[in-house]
Design a protein around this ligand. Sequence first.
Ligand SMILES: N[C@@H](CCC(=O)N[C@@H](CS)C(=O)NCC(=O)O)C(=O)O
Length: 235
Amino acid sequence: MARVLYELCGIDEGLRFSPYCWRVRYALAHKGLAVETRPWHFTDKAALAFANHDKVPVLVDGDAVVVESYEILRYLDRTYPEAPLLGDGLAEARARFFKAYAERALAPAMLRTIIMDLLNAIHPKDRDYFRESREKRFGRTLEEFHSPAKGLAQLDAALEPLRGCLKEADFIDGAAPAAADYLLFGNFMWARCVSSADLVSNADPVYAWLERMLDCHDGLGRSALRVTDIEGAYR
Ligand SMILES: N[C@@H](CCC(=O)N[C@@H](CS)C(=O)NCC(=O)O)C(=O)O
């Protein structure tokens, strides 16, 4: 059976912007594993019933059905041990810090900056669901939550440890990228696909890292469709 990855799509089926799915796309590329991707919308819950899950990514690999992006990375390392992503033992335990950093420091700052662009990139049939579920989560309207100036300041401060790390090597995981890089970079792909906001100035060492990440694995990130590429889709 072909390897299949269910991925969130937006206003166009080719617009794939989930930060969690991007982690997995990079992880699969890192392992040199081919994958067929299937577009999925927020409201297509029935399409994931086979996995007993309601979120993407979902990876189907032969008989295995794996959910949760970090668990998918662990599964890939167990099943395809060449070219480790997370490593094992201490290394894997430490990689969890990057998962938490991406989700708890970078994502909230980016979300404040790009939330209205994100809504615009989401398929119209998903927008009411997205608005209702996120407004419930934030305890305020999307418009009240939206605050690019605050989001960018928050992101600038949150990137300081990454700047320090990039003084030592080209990638977080050393001379070549691996899971720590993919865990963080997924968030930047999320923002890049739905928005034209400049999150990082081009004098920032993080900018140079982003450029390297966009180029790696044959330009996987750089060749991804962005909302700005879709005629009439970007305000
Ligand atoms: N912890 C999950 C989070 C996955 C997640 O939140 N995916 C979003 C897309 S970016 C989703 O499918 N959301 C469905 C929903 O909000 O109903 C993972 O790491 O895979």
